[in-house]
Design a protein around this ligand. Sequence first.
Ligand SMILES: NC(=O)c1ccc[n+]([C@@H]2O[C@H](COP(=O)([O-])OP(=O)(O)OC[C@H]3O[C@@H](n4cnc5c(N)ncnc54)[C@H](O)[C@@H]3O)[C@@H](O)[C@H]2O)c1
Length: 367
Amino acid sequence: MTSDVLSSKELSKIDPVFGQLSFDNHEQIVFCNDKDTGLKAIIGIHNTVLGPALGGTRMWNYNNEWEALNDVLRLSRGMTFKSAITGLNLGGGKAVIIGDAKTQKTPELMKRFGEFVHSLSGRYITAEDVGMDTADMDIVREVTPYVTGISESKGGAGNPSPITAYGVFMGMKAAAQFKYGSDVLEDKHVFVQGIGHVGESLVEHLVNEGAKVTIADINQERLEDVRSKYNVAIYNGNDIYSEKMDIYAPCALGATINDNTVRKIQADIIAGAANNQLANEVRHGEILKDRNIVYAPDFLINAGGIINVYAELENYDRQEIIRKTENIFNTTIEILDRAKEGDVTPNSAALSIAKERIEMRKRELEK
Ligand SMILES: NC(=O)c1ccc[n+]([C@@H]2O[C@H](COP(=O)([O-])OP(=O)(O)OC[C@H]3O[C@@H](n4cnc5c(N)ncnc54)[C@H](O)[C@@H]3O)[C@@H](O)[C@H]2O)c1
């Protein structure tokens, strides 16, 4: 069954793709559908000036397709700036698969998705994100070389999450250095929201450093598991955003800093792994700045994962991965200083450096 033909007046109210607020001159958006496997995916290629668009695939049970499209557009744009600021020769892309990763992910679906990735001939290279792991990428690898984050036994760099967590830890330490004059996190009270692949690893670093850690997640089993491993506290309240804490580390999904939360947050520092933490990067970034809360830009400090998967393309070793990831500390300090000097938000300072790099490359290519 097809829907009624919409009148041009009705359509003008919708503009679902190019008119989306999150559409920021994306080069290409690919809608993938396969009846047999139930695959419904969207691949967003934001910008390929610096190189092929690399970014993970997220499988999530979105409320509707609009939400999925909005997510992929925001995520792929973020990848452009993440790679640019990290100095990697990669563009920005991302994919979302609509569905429940626990019940709807099958090897057939992953293979079919891989074939869609392959059809783009390397303009987009995938990896894991929420709802995916290295085993899924290994399946995708069976049908396309345009995938990273595959397991070490298959010649890949393995799960990127521990490196992402290490980079976030570096960014958090840099933010502490900037805010408190010391990067030592001992006795700082850190709330880690989302203790999945990255969050758990971050908890481990924080506990080793002597921080006081409280964890929050919607998955009760994960909470019990992480508590028993690291002896941390579970958050039992019903409004994490009103809690007093030193550092808030969003490590679940994006947009947790929004109109409902931004004025309540009690932390000195926000530093976490989640992509697109600010629902509106300008407005919410400004409010955090006015409230004297140091925000370590997500796309800057969560770049460890992409550094790790980039090693598969560039053949650099573990030592180089660690060196590049540790450099997140220096870049974060540089961005926070630059933001302070220019009286702009850290997000805006980081974005302008990333954009400068892309513009420079564009001019070189045009010569
Ligand atoms: N994995 C990486 O290397 C990597 C790299 C860069 C950025 N990120 C970002 O970091 C975040 C976490 O990634 P991950 O790989 O750990 O994902 P994951 O799926 O392993 O973990 C996410 C966790 O968040 C929990 N969660 C979901 N909604 C929540 C909510 N409303 N409140 C509390 N907890 C909630 C889930 O139950 C899960 O435990 C994502 O935003 C991802 O895009 C991940």
